[in-house]
Design a binder for this molecule. Structure first.
Ligand code: HEC
Length: 146
């Protein structure tokens, strides 16, 4: 839980900021991202990115429910490259401990890299400006991911 645990700390801070987007953007990669999100992610992460109920509590099988992708969750705490890896490969090492059990599917065989980036751009569009600013400060351009 090392990598994911860090996220939980700050996750209560912004709970109130999740104004739902007024409408989907008209065109471009965000539209593609929104469509892919609705088809591939919404069943678990919620139509508006609200996550599953009681997402902080482990289920009886010990696994975590799907967290929100809107500002009330911890998706935004992670650098884009890490979100990309988690979406492509699932929650696996090096981002999770060896043997970690998760219900998050790996989308590397379902979605192309560009499609994954489009979905993540859509998720990013759910975040308010404060969140985007915090991310810009926290994740100053780095040349190497790790
Ligand atoms: C079958 C249900 C399911 C589907 C469908 C699903 N997810 Fe997930 N996702 C989860 C669960 C459960 C977790 C939490 C896993 C954990 O921490 O063990 C998660 C976690 C994540 C995380 C990590 C969030 C964080 O802050 O740690 C990302 C990023 C993510 N999902 C992206 C996506 C995207 C993008 C899609 C659609 C392309 C998607 N997920 C579809 C169940 C799902």
């Amino acid at each position: 839980m090392k990598t994911l645990g860090l996220a939980v700390l700050a996750s209560t801070v912004l709970v109130a900021c999740g104004d739902p987007p007024a409408s989907a953007p008209a065109s471009g990669p965000l539209t593609q991202g929104a469509t892919l999100y609705a088809a591939q992610c919404a069943s678990c992460h919620g139509a508006q990115g609200e996550g599953q109920p009681n997402w902080r509590e482990r289920k009886p099988d010990g696994r975590l429910p799907a967290p929100p992708h809107d500002a009330s969750g911890h998706t935004w705490h992670h650098p884009m490259e890490m979100l990309f890896q988690m979406t492509r490969d699932g929650i696996v090492p090096p981002l999770a401990p060896e043997g970690y059990q998760s219900d998050m599917p790996a989308f590397g065989k379902t979605l192309s890299d560009d499609e994954i980036r489009a979905v993540l751009a859509y998720i990013e569009s759910l975040w308010p400006d404060e969140v985007k600013q915090m991310r810009a400060e926290r994740f100053k351009p780095q040349t190497s991911g790790r």
